[in-house]
Design a protein around this ligand. Structure first.
Ligand SMILES: NC(=O)C1=CN([C@@H]2O[C@H](COP(=O)(O)OP(=O)(O)OC[C@H]3O[C@@H](n4cnc5c(N)ncnc54)[C@H](O)[C@@H]3O)[C@@H](O)[C@H]2O)C=CC1
Ligand SMILES: Cc1cc2nc3c(=O)[nH]c(=O)nc-3n(C[C@H](O)[C@H](O)[C@H](O)COP(=O)(O)O)c2cc1C
Length: 167
């Protein structure tokens, strides 16, 4: 477990203002298993290694979905394409947790985590490590399967709004 960070000399508000300038892909991070089905919108996804294929996602422990991710030990990173802004808003809290999977086609790959059939890319993963840092857990995930729907425009998030990056 990582020791608590020393008192930051940058305010959280100033940090958020700075971070809002960064453009990132947008994902629905989903899970299913003994802990139930859950999901949230996330932008804190990045590659760690390609040998073996490994990525990370940072999960707020206050999120309603957090207990399910820990209990299930698996997740899917569903990278969104243009036209999925509504889904991103739904999974970011616009829709209550228990009602987030009613629409859209959802399937599975290896782990049983929900896979959005129209996702630009789906990274089906097993959680192999976890580091608590401040309010979040950094989840280290081994990629067990991949699916991709080529050719769609990308959905980005920057300056607190969504943007489309043509393919
Ligand atoms: N990594 C995260 O946990 C993120 C959380 N959010 C949440 O989504 C909501 C909408 O955010 P915005 O409209 O973009 O404005 P905002 O001013 O709350 O956030 C601006 C930027 O700061 C960073 N950020 C915000 N809250 C954070 C947190 N609790 N932990 C780590 N980084 C954080 C993100 O990069 C975000 O794009 C807010 O409640 C925000 O907390 C948004 C993006 C990332
Ligand atoms: C564009 C965007 C990116 C987000 N990225 C993350 C993230 O990387 N990690 C995280 O824990 N929450 C992130 N959130 C916040 C969650 O989607 C959600 O708002 C929060 O978990 C509360 O949802 P709940 O109703 O499931 O508790 C993001 C929100 C938005 C709008």
């Amino acid at each position: 477990m990582t020791s608590p960070a020393p008192e930051a000399d940058v305010s959280a508000a100033a940090y958020r203002e700075a971070m809002a300038q960064l453009a990132s892909a947008v994902h629905l991070v989903t899970t299913d298993g003994p802990g139930g089905r859950a999901g949230l919108t996330a932008s804190s996804v990045c590659s760690v290694s390609d040998a073996p294929p490994t990525l990370l996602v940072c999960l707020n422990r206050a999120s309603s979905a957090y207990p399910a991710f820990l209990r299930n030990g698996v997740l899917c990173i569903n990278t969104l394409s243009a036209g999925h802004e509504g889904l991103a808003a739904d999974f970011a809290g616009r829709v209550p947790p228990g009602e987030r999977f009613t629409g859209e086609g959802w399937g599975q790959l290896e782990t049983g985590a929900p896979v959005l059939s129209e996702a630009l890319i789906a990274f089906d993963c097993r959680i192999v490590d976890r580091h608590a840092v401040g309010t979040h857990d950094v989840l280290i995930c081994a990629v067990a399967a991949l699916a991709e729907a080529r050719g769609a425009d990308r959905l980005l998030y920057a300056n607190r709004r969504y943007h489309v990056l043509p393919r």
